[in-house]
Design a protein around this ligand. Structure first.
Ligand code: GLP
Length: 236
């Protein structure tokens, strides 16, 4: 594992964007695993600039996102599909039909999960997965549990996650209670993983995840088993 510490959010974002840009340059038809949350926003901003300046071309890139709230569709500005359109896809030359986010409005979420994993397999797997980390150590929406879960699946969100994410909603009551998330299988099968985390509040969970024991109660700790992980942590 490579562990990089930076002083600023901007520096963290630039380092993550450099790795993603390199991935697109060496494999223009790559499959990028993408994440939502405030941590990757700066990375996406830099990638948008790179695209506008002609340094990277998204036209043959495919993307698969980690997760989606159950019950929120693209018209809801808190859905992760909306977030991705707004923070990246609408500003770069990616073919939207090649951007995938799990469908949180699917009638049969179990089938949706199976189809999502099969689709990732059919694409040849993920070349580079970008991750954030929740305060409780979740990656995607894989919450602390007695076991790690492999397939894409429905999850009940932890109270602490609902509280943490309430800042984006009008009130805590509006935060969906469940979500659909890629499981550890598709995440861990990615060829490369880049995780971004910033701020003093994340320091303890970052230390626990990468320097503590591998424990399903600390979901991100499973990344210690992956052969190519870069963690970029910014103190501010
Ligand atoms: C959400 C997402 C995660 C994300 C995490 C941290 O719950 N499902 O993918 O990593 O929150 O978000 P933030 O980067 O805003 O701290």
């Amino acid at each position: 594992m490579k562990f990089i510490t930076t002083k600023t959010y901007e520096e963290m974002s630039n380092k993550a964007a450099d790795i993603i840009a390199a991935q697109i340059i060496v494999k223009p038809n790559c499959v990028l695993g993408l994440a939502t949350g405030s941590s990757p926003v700066g990375t996406y901003k830099r990638l948008i600039e790179d695209n506008k300046n002609g340094k990277i071309d998204f036209s043959t890139v495919t993307s698969v996102n980690l997760d989606e709230y159950v019950g929120l569709d693209v018209s809801n500005d808190q859905s992760y599909r909306y977030f991705m359109n707004d923070n990246l896809f609408n500003h770069v030359n990616i073919d939207k039909s090649k951007t995938f986010v799990p469908n949180g409005c699917a009638e049969d979420l179990k089938a949706e999960g199976e189809n999502y994993d099969n689709m990732i397999k059919a694409l040849g797997g993920i070349d580079l997965q970008l991750l954030g980390i929740g305060l409780d150590g979740h990656i995607g929406f894989n919450e602390p549990d007695a076991y790690f879960t492999g397939p894409t699946h429905e999850v009940v969100l932890d109270e602490s996650t609902i509280k943490a994410n309430a800042r984006f909603f009008a009130s805590e009551d509006e935060v969906p209670k469940t979500a659909i998330t890629m499981g550890m299988m598709s995440i861990m099968q990615a060829k490369k993983i880049v995780l971004v985390a910033n701020g003093a509040a994340k320091k303890e969970i970052v230390e626990k995840s990468f320097f503590g024991p591998i424990d399903p109660q600390v979901p991100a700790s499973i990344l210690q088993l992956h052969p190519d992980v870069t963690v970029i942590y910014s103190e501010n």
